[in-house]
Design a protein around this ligand. Sequence first.
Ligand code: DX5
Ligand code: ZN
Length: 218
Amino acid sequence: MPELVIAPSVLSMDYTKMLEQIKALEASKAKWIHYDVMDGHFVPNLSFGPDILKQFKKSTDLFLDVHLMVSDPTYFSKVFINAGADLIVFHTEALDNDLSSISKLIEDIHQQGIQAGFSVKPNTPIEPFLPLLKEVDIVLIMSVEPGYGGQSFMPETLEKVRTLSAYRQEHGLNYRIEIDGGINDQTAKEAKAAGVDTLVAGSYVFKNDIEKAVDSLC
Ligand code: DX5
Ligand code: ZN
């Protein structure tokens, strides 16, 4: 199992204190920044474009985990790779859950020299995608409907984590299992017990003392 990573979601950052909060993340045990891209189409909300990612890239050496909640991940993966992403995660639903399109995009991202993975919404089953697990660096299980920070964790999504964790062990693979949505000190424990090694947390980290909140997730 890969070592535990905490990936604070900057969607919940106080944008009047960006640099200060990036410094607090650097001083904390967080190793990644989770950067949510929303296009107002795949999800109803809009978030950040590539120029803001470039500013993060300039401001920190933390690993940039880019979560694409967009209808055209093939196009936007290139845009965000050029802006400095270290990892691109896109949604299977945006590619009509089509295995060969998903596989092709994973390969394209890898060819551009960074890590790649896919994500599923709470109502999308994981079983159809098991044959692709040997190709990915990470799988992101959404534990809320994508689109907004601050929602409540859906415990039933942990069943998919258990499936992924068992499959990883059985097949000797080492992809990461990431969870996103409603993570706090309590739900983090449940997620880790189910096999999660990569925890995204937005409101819990940024609405509390950043260093202490990250510590409490470890
Ligand atoms: C939701 C985003 C999440 C969000 C999580 O669509 O993908 O990354 O920032 O926020 P919290 O941790 O507040 O649920
Ligand atoms: Zn996210």
